[in-house]
Design a protein around this ligand. Sequence first.
Ligand code: NAI
Ligand code: MG
Length: 353
Amino acid sequence: MPHRIAILDGDGIGPEVVGEALKVLDRLEELEGFTTERTAYDLGGRRYRRTGEVLADETMDELRTFDAILLGAVGTPQVPPGVIERGLLLKLRFGFDQFVNQRPVKLYPGVTSPIAGLTPDRCDIVVIRENTEGVYAGAGGLLYAGTAAEVATQESVNTRHGVERVLRYGFELARTRARRLTMVHKTNVLTYAGDLWMRTFDELGDGEYPDVERDYAHIDAACLYFVTQPERFDVVVTDNLFGDIITDVGAGIQGGMGLAASANIDPTRSAPSMFEPVHGSAPDIVGTGKADPVATVMSLGQLLAFLGEGPAAARVESAIASLLDRRQGRTPDGVEYSTADVGDELVDLVAQG
Ligand code: NAI
Ligand code: MG
């Protein structure tokens, strides 16, 4: 049975980086003998400007039938902020209950981190960001809008169900790695949510995961430690907003947005999971050949691992490691080494893995 994959290449550099990832996927299918059936969806800012539609419920229903979604990037400067983020990205993440957002923060040999002297052995973290609750749930409102008395509230939603399931995912993942799980929050100030997170963390840890070492850091301190002592972290689990912020710090230390991958996962597999680079549609470099497709190919690797194609995922991982080691900090510059060159090199390298 072919894996059915929905391709949402989106806006800006989205189609450029997804195009390279699909070249790599073609080669992996030949090498490993699995097949995919891909259906392209035209969604995002361009589509919205043309039709006024972001994501129809019927399209959601169709997407629900796929095994996985590969997303490039969405959004264009001409569309007001929030329209595509809430109407497409969050609608997919929430609608398909993709409650885990998994983002590796790994420094590969050959990549120069902006942190002076940082070596790969000191930076191999996986951040698990809660992906369906917190302030992103959209609770709140504007009162007396536009008057001198206007009030804006934005509530953070934290349910026992939501907190427990994401913490459990973190514990399970830690068991497959160095068995150390750091919870990141702000329990000293956000005392209601913090109390729920901490109690659940301790109960699960004591009751079910006594073999996993537990660690805690406040979000502000964790941002500092990511920069000063990333070796402190193995698996990090945190709420939606803190996870959004700290994974950008992570993308920075691992060598930039072109190298940061992300998986939006429904571990129950009742709806498709969605794999995407962390970066956006980069309108400033669209069409120049400067977009680095590595993050998207890394996300493709996550997708293949999730669909049970372990050997193909392993080929992607080792191809990326060799590519980055070989290019020694060189990134696509549009002249001698472009988006397509990186894709071609990866197509060759997966065959050697
Ligand atoms: P961005 O991530 O698109 O770009 C930030 C900077 O990083 C730019 O200088 C860009 O050239 C560079 N960059 C990004 N990806 C790169 C790559 N693969 N290779 C080389 N350089 C890369 O973020 P920005 O500029 O804030 O947002 C642009 C648009 O993308 C907006 O419409 C925004 O809403 C949307 N966006 C979409 C996301 C998504 O689809 N998940 C995530 C973030 C932003
Ligand atoms: Mg972000």
